[in-house]
Design a protein around this ligand. Structure first.
Ligand code: HEM
Ligand SMILES: *[C@@H]1O[C@H](CO)[C@@H](O)[C@H](O)[C@H]1NC(C)=O
Ligand SMILES: *[C@@H]1O[C@H](CO)[C@@H](O)[C@H](O)[C@H]1NC(C)=O
Ligand SMILES: *[C@@H]1O[C@H](CO)[C@@H](O)[C@H](O)[C@H]1NC(C)=O
Length: 330
């Protein structure tokens, strides 16, 4: 009796230490919801007001602005390094996989408004995270509480996005590579399939899927995993070697954040190979079905996974800096 009581006590103690460790780790991240509550109480309202204005006149920027947070977080962590400019074009935004990354001037506009209200307090990395949430809401997607408290990095290298291991993920990636590259950043297979749902809005250059239409294995063939009717339609839009034309990632509702991306992927109409790859894994495939079912949890899941993504490699506390201008280290 005594022994079992004792071991129960030891067990409880272990659990307490464990939960303390987990708490410390979570706090060690230094991020929290409402980080600016005391120092800049209107920070989040200022961001969302600018985004509402922008979306009213330039709704096509919702895609690039959501994608910007993804590109920021996957390279050097969510530290605003994607925003840094370089007179010699040597920063990460100039590296090739940036296709159509745009909206930098919108981030600058938000920053200007924030500097007016509370100079030197709100980081550019946090702005990118808040803007990603706000464009999602403006396109009728879910709202989630964004953790803030990130600080800005001072380094941005052309070589980072093109690094084969830690760089950006190619649109031609198979499911194994996709899962690996997410895992490398502490993200799960569920995060992968949920965040791929970001492709419910926005556009892609023909170059990102051209080989699926014309020269899949170098023999002038098409991608056998893509719906042939869809291939025929895309061929009308994208001629070989077309560098400029854009196609909707989620045709029919590319301005609306909804579950139709998952319907398309299930019907073998995912635009990118990385979208189609979600059919090649038991867990991600099951999610495609779940996300379009009556009890879909996609909207709730998206917020959770965006928070997870927003934690990648963050600088907090006294690390990094709060940039005065988002395109330049202080
Ligand atoms: C899973 C790995 C991913 C790959 C391989 C990938 C790849 C791509 C590619 C190739 C494009 C088209 C770029 C172009 O040709 O102009 C694109 C667009 C886009 N991606 Fe992803 N992506 C991934 C994950 C994500 C995530 C996690 C998000 C955000 C949650 C996201 C959001 C977007 C959006 C919104 C667009 C449209 C951009 C626009 O309208 O300009 N993507 N992605
Ligand atoms: C993207 O990369 C290309 C190729 O390096 C570069 O010419 C272009 O200016 C970059 N785009 C942006 C928005 O920085
Ligand atoms: C997935 O892609 C990687 C990298 O291109 C390759 O090494 C691997 O063999 C591929 N895996 C499968 C199952 O096709
Ligand atoms: C298809 O790809 C192969 C191998 O990469 C290349 O030699 C060939 O010229 C390409 N054909 C066309 C029509 O682009």
């Amino acid at each position: 009796m005594t022994t079992s009581k004792n071991s129960f006590g030891v067990f409880m103690l272990q659990m307490m230490v464990l939960s303390l460790l987990i708490t410390l780790q979570a706090e060690g991240q230094g991020l929290k919801v409402g980080f600016y509550e005391k120092t800049c109480p209107h920070a989040e309202k200022i961001v969302s007001d600018v985004i509402k204005e922008v979306m009213a006149v330039a709704p096509s920027l919702s895609g690039p602005l959501l994608r910007m947070h993804f590109h920021d977080c996957f390279i050097r962590g969510c530290d605003g390094s994607v925003l840094l400019d370089s007179p010699t074009r040597q920063s990460e935004k100039y590296a090739p996989p940036n296709l159509s990354l745009r909206g930098f001037n919108i981030i600058d506009r938000v920053k200007l408004a924030l500097e007016k209200a509370c100079p030197g307090l709100v980081s550019c990395a946090d702005i990118v995270a808040l803007v990603a949430r706000d464009v999602t809401v403006e396109t009728k997607g879910p709202f989630w509480e964004v953790e803030t408290g990130r600080r800005d990095g001072k380094v941005s290298l052309f070589s980072d996005p093109i690094n084969p291991v830690t760089g950006l993920i190619s649109f031609a990636s198979n499911i194994t590579t996709l899962k690996q590259k997410f895992a490398l950043r502490g993200l799960s297979t569920k995060d992968l399939v949920v965040l791929s749902g970001g492709h419910t809005i926005g556009m892609s250059h023909c170059t990102s899927f051209e080989s699926r239409l014309y020269n899949f294995t170098g023999k002038g063939d098409t991608d056998p995993t893509m719906d042939p009717n869809y291939i025929a339609r895309l061929k009308l839009k994208c001629k070989p070697n077309d560098q400029t034309t854009l196609a909707e990632l989620d045709p029919g509702s590319f301005k609306t954040f909804d579950d139709s991306y998952y319907k398309l992927v299930t019907k073998r109409r995912g635009l990118l190979e990385s979208d189609a790859a979600l059919l090649n894994d038991r867990e991600t495939k099951a999610y495609l079905v779940q996300a379009t079912s009556h009890g879909s949890t996609f909207f709730k899941d998206f917020g959770v996974s965006m928070v997870n993504m927003g934690r990648i490699g963050v600088l907090t506390g006294s690390q990094g800096e709060i940039r005065k201008v988002c395109s330049k280290a202080n």
